[in-house]
Design a protein around this ligand. Structure first.
Ligand SMILES: Nc1ncnc2c1ncn2[C@@H]1O[C@H](COP(=O)(O)OP(=O)(O)OP(=O)(O)O)[C@@H](O)[C@H]1O
Length: 357
């Protein structure tokens, strides 16, 4: 049994209309049947474009949004079914680190007050002196000076504020931390420091992470397994290195090719070739394969009507696509339609993966 098991989770938000907002006229299918497992001490990376449902899925794991269907099992207990009273204990074991450290820290509270609030609520430390001592230890672990206690969030840099956000999670002694875009608000030079810190803390404290990001490059190093999400569902899942070196789903290949290279011309071409069209609305997702409206491999009838399952190739590499296996086996060939030969050659030279469009 894995420490965290997410099984068939759906989060559908009702769309309300009418003067009293009492009429449900549809649903936003933000998360629509997601399953994954995270082993104790490991990191699961969740990647996808903005709006694909990553944050909602993270919030569903913490039960901060209602789960429409499915289960979230932490250490053998199904959180989706737990009465609110009992959920309190589990809330401490599951913590979240947010994207925007400033927005998630109360500007009027000093660091001691911010960090001790949750501790007091969960009965950690019998008095403030005890809590202060523990906070000092944690501050040292996240690389902040002890004199930070009496200071306020605005007195710190972005990277330091993210360290405070991490410390706020750590003082509660969690088992699992969900890091939602933990570095995307930070300068590139600071991003690596925060990722390294998360890795060090994982090693020394035995933490388990779910790291949510729109950028595959950010989660590549820290993750053991990566799941790629598109419009509320996983389209591919594999060990981090495998996914990065040999992505199988056309959407993952497109995400990979969006990893920046210092040539604006190539980047522009990639964007146009590999991901055409906008992300459809999760309130009105396409029938069949949700990616078919933007997919260079699509075949109208099957892809537009039949939803592909996330299928294991026998090595733990899972992909949800009707054609990947056939294309890889050479029994089906697909051309990219808009892919111009010359551009492909250029991309082949520069991409870390060969686009087999
Ligand atoms: N409370 C809500 N009510 C209705 N729709 C919602 C609610 N929360 C999120 N959504 C919608 O669900 C979809 C998924 O949103 P979500 O924030 O989970 O995506 P995301 O991948 O995390 O994107 P981002 O990186 O921009 O946060 C979006 O279309 C969003 O507008």
């Amino acid at each position: 049994m894995s420490l965290l098991e997410v099984d068939g989770v759906k989060v559908h938000f009702p769309v309300k209309k009418g003067i009293l907002f009492d009429r449900t006229v549809g649903h936003v299918y933000a998360v629509d049947g997601v399953s994954f497992q995270v082993e104790a001490g490991q990191t699961y990376g969740l990647v996808g474009e903005s709006g694909c449902g990553k944050t909602t899925l993270g919030r569903a794991v913490l039960r901060l949004v209602d789960i429409t269907e499915g289960s979230v099992v932490l250490d053998g207990t199904d959180l989706a079914k737990l009465p609110e009273e009992e959920m309190r204990t589990f809330r401490r074991r599951l913590q979240m680190v947010f994207q925007d450290p400033l927005g998630s820290l109360n500007p009027r509270q000093n660091i001691e007050s911010i960090l001790s609030e949750g501790m007091a609520a969960h009965g950690i430390g019998s008095n403030q002196d005890e809590r202060r001592e523990k906070i000092k230890t944690i501050l040292a672990k996240v690389g902040l000076p002890a004199n930070s206690l009496a200071r306020y969030p605005h007195e710190f840099s972005g990277g330091q504020r993210q360290r405070i956000g991490i410390a706020r999670a750590l003082v509660l002694e969690p088992d699992v931390i969900i890091c939602d875009e933990p570095v995307s608000a930070l300068d590139v030079s600071i991003q690596a420091q925060v990722i390294n810190l998360l890795e060090e803390l994982q090693e020394s404290l035995g933490l388990t992470y779910v790291v949510i990001a729109h950028d595959l490059a950010v989660v590549r190093h820290i993750s053991d397994v990566i799941g790629v999400m598109y419009l509320g569902a996983l389209v591919e899942e594999a060990a981090s290195d495998k996914l990065y070196e040999a992505p199988r789903h056309p959407y993952t290949k497109a995400l990979m090719s969006a990893v920046p290279v210092p040539d604006p011309e190539v980047e522009d071409l990639r964007a146009r070739i590999l991901l055409t069209g906008d992300l459809p609305s999760p309130a009105n997702p396409p029938a069949g394969c949700r990616f078919h409206t933007r997919c260079p491999w699509k075949q109208e009838t099957r892809c537009a009507t039949e939803r592909p399952e996330l299928t294991d190739d026998g090595t733990g590499h899972k992909v949800a696509c009707h054609w990947t296996a056939e294309i890889e086996a050479g029994t089906v060939s697909r051309t990219g339609g808009e892919v111009v030969g010359a551009v492909r050659e250029e991309l082949d030279d520069r991409l870390p993966v060969e686009p087999t469009l």
